[in-house]
Write a protein that binds this ligand. Structure first.
Ligand SMILES: Nc1ncnc2c1ncn2[C@@H]1O[C@H](COP(=O)(O)OP(=O)(O)OP(=O)(O)O)[C@@H](O)[C@H]1O
Ligand SMILES: [Mg+2]
Length: 249
């Protein structure tokens, strides 16, 4: 991959520090996502991956460093400002309303929007992107499969028509085949919409497979970076993060 990457940065993190209480969890992190690119962060539990999203999105403060979005300094923006700039998030904690229908859950992606016609247009837009959901808009989300629910969460994040989508472990907790389908969908949305995606994936092999660029995060900082293909082929990465095989799969 890497062939259709834009070369213009959409998101840049520079020397970023953040944490909780007295401890820094993110320690001097540098990371970049280009326009129209999928970038994937892999790394062990507790490395600080989700904390990076918390700090980008303004849920916790930046202690040092800088965040730029399309060249503009957005360090210390609030979640609302991030939304208005066109950055949306699919968080690690699952967050659908199980007793509400598909369409009601999608509407929640734009609950701040008063323009009902725009909300309806965006619902149509999302249902075109997820045709499998179109016939089931009145179904209660709690009665749907894990994979279907994940699609609805992604669809809800697309209601705002973002320029950058942050996704924290979208394939977690799903059967391997369904995980692969979810990541194929992320790749399709990237191609179809030109959407930039910053993905965190525990499923490192699958995450890197669909990514133009990858970052290995360990102990709050980036230890390795390269194209998705380079990281997949790196013997050290394979041993530590891709199931231990030195053989090509
Ligand atoms: N709200 C919080 N308050 C205090 N400490 C926290 C909080 N959230 C995370 N931490 C701590 O920060 C460190 C990094 O957590 P984080 O969730 O960013 O890791 P992660 O790389 O996303 O891990 P995982 O792969 O398990 O999702 C951990 O030691 C965690 O216990
Ligand atoms: Mg996490």
């Amino acid at each position: 991959m890497g062939d259709n990457a834009g070369g213009t940065p959409v998101l840049e993190l520079e020397g970023l520090y953040a944490g909780y209480d007295d401890a820094d969890v993110v320690k001097g992190l540098d990371l970049r996502v280009d326009e129209h690119e999928v970038a994937c962060v892999i790394g062990p539990n507790g490395a600080g991956k989700s904390t990076v999203f918390n700090v980008i999105y303004g849920f916790i403060p930046v202690r040092a460093g800088r965040i730029r979005f399309r060249g503009e300094d957005i360090t210390a923006s609030s979640p609302r400002e991030m939304l208005n700039r066109g950055i949306t998030i699919v968080p690690q904690q699952r967050s659908l309303f199980p007793q509400m229908t598909v369409v009601e859950n999608l509407e929640m992606g734009m609950y701040l929007e008063r323009d009902r016609q725009l909300v309806r247009q965006r619902i149509d837009y999302v249902l075109e992107l997820f045709p499998d959901l179109a016939g089931r808009v009145k179904q209660e989300v709690g009665t749907m499969s894990g994979g279907e629910q994940r699609m609805i969460e992604i669809g809800r994040a697309l209601m705002w028509a973002p320029r950058l989508l942050l996704m924290d472990e979208p394939s977690a907790g799903l059967a391997p085949k369904i995980s692969a389908t979810v990541l194929d969908t992320v790749q399709r949305l990237n191609k179809q919409l030109g959407l930039a995606v910053l993905l965190i994936e525990q499923n490192a092999r699958q995450g890197l497979r669909i990514s133009h660029r990858g970052f290995v995060m360990e102990l709050g900082t980036v230890s390795h970076t390269g194209t998705g293909a380079e990281l997949l082929a790196d013997p050290e990465i394979r041993l530590a993060f891709l199931g231990g095989s030195r053989l090509r799969s």
